[in-house]
Design a protein around this ligand. Structure first.
Ligand code: DGY
Length: 322
């Protein structure tokens, strides 16, 4: 039997590309250039499986006209770039890569918290610019994490991992909002208080960290009113999806000092980062590094292939979406 024909839309870790090329009739993207809409439409028409990432948009209209694809194996846990309902309606299965990027994404959330609270980005820019003229008692004074309250919005795997690091590593108190109750065993060893609303978390926390999917009703969730609840002593951290935050409202709040600072690893229209944000000192900006370690990216690639293997062997998907 011919091997299934699969397309991997971006460059993957070498060991995962080697596995794909060994087990499938695989097309790799040696140039690592993002596909445009027409190329993605053609891919769905030409391949049995397409393996996209967060940089690929798969809106509903791409699934019209009975494409050839059987499965979309997303390289990533977040899948708001895929219209999963439309894929399902076209009879196409969708999988993702949960779990393997939890630790690394939580690490980046802590990186951002430390960088913004301790003004590490500003300090690094000062040293690189040759503008550091020696230690002074009042230079680049930040604030401690210890004893502060971390507010988690979205207490899933990554939210919990972030809370554990913040509490056990840095002595932070933890409050959180999650739509549904979180099973007690998942919170074992963590002293965390569930609050009734996102507003309550924004009001109670010194540092609000977002850990929920983008798109749909989450889009624009952190707006001017919620930024005002975070307040002039508070910080916002986003390692989830850029669209969860109203970027214009955030920029205005940072400019006016209505919040103290922000740490962002994700943006609404990546790789675009609004100029106004790039010119502010009280924000740390990272290029979507959450899962960017060799170990995690390899685990993600293998997980995509595990899902394809199961699918083409007629077995249930280990990580189905939708
Ligand atoms: C994820 O897995 O969702 C990361 O943000 C990369 O897409």
């Amino acid at each position: 039997m011919a091997k299934p024909k699969i397309l991997i839309t971006r460059g993957w870790p070498a060991e995962c590309e080697a596995r794909a090329a060994r087990d499938y009739d695989a097309t790799l993207n040696a140039d690592d250039a993002p596909l445009d809409t027409d190329q993605m439409r053609a891919a769905l028409a030409d391949y049995d499986a397409v393996c996209p990432t967060v940089t690929d948009a798969l809106p509903a209209d791409l699934f019209e006209g009975s494409p050839r694809a059987w499965i979309i194996g997303n390289f990533g846990v977040g899948y708001n770039h895929i219209d999963v309902a439309a894929a399902k309606a076209a009879g196409i299965a969708v999988s993702n890569t949960p779990g393997v990027l939890t630790d690394c994404t939580a690490d980046i959330a802590l990186t951002l918290m430390l960088m913004i609270a301790r003004r590490a980005g500003e300090g690094e820019r000062m040293v690189r610019a040759g503008a550091w003229h020696g230690w002074t008692p009042t230079q680049l004074i930040g604030t401690k994490l210890s004893g502060k309250t971390l507010g988690i919005v979205g207490m899933g795997r990554i939210g919990i991992a972030t809370a554990r690091r913040a509490q056990h590593g840095f002595g932070m108190k933890v409050v959180y909002y999650n739509r549904s109750e979180v099973a007690a065993e998942r919170l074992q060893g963590l002293d965390a208080t569930r609050l009734p609303s996102i507003d309550a978390v924004c009001e109670a926390a010194d540092m609000v960290s977002l850990h929920l999917p983008g798109g749909g009703e989450n889009s624009g969730m952190i707006d001017a009113a919620r930024l005002d609840l975070i307040g002039p002593e508070g910080f916002l951290i986003n390692t989830a999806r850029g669209d969860v935050v109203d970027e214009a409202a955030l920029t205005a709040a940072l400019e006016a000092g209505r919040i103290r600072g922000a740490g962002l690893d994700v943006f609404a229209k990546e790789p675009h980062v609004p100029d106004a944000l790039r010119h502010l000192d009280n924000v740390v900006l990272l290029p979507h590094l959450g899962s960017a370690t060799a170990e995690t990216r390899a685990a993600m690639g293998h997980m995509v292939l595990d899902n394809l293997d199961a699918f083409f062997a007629g077995k249930p998907l280990p990580n189905p979406v939708g």
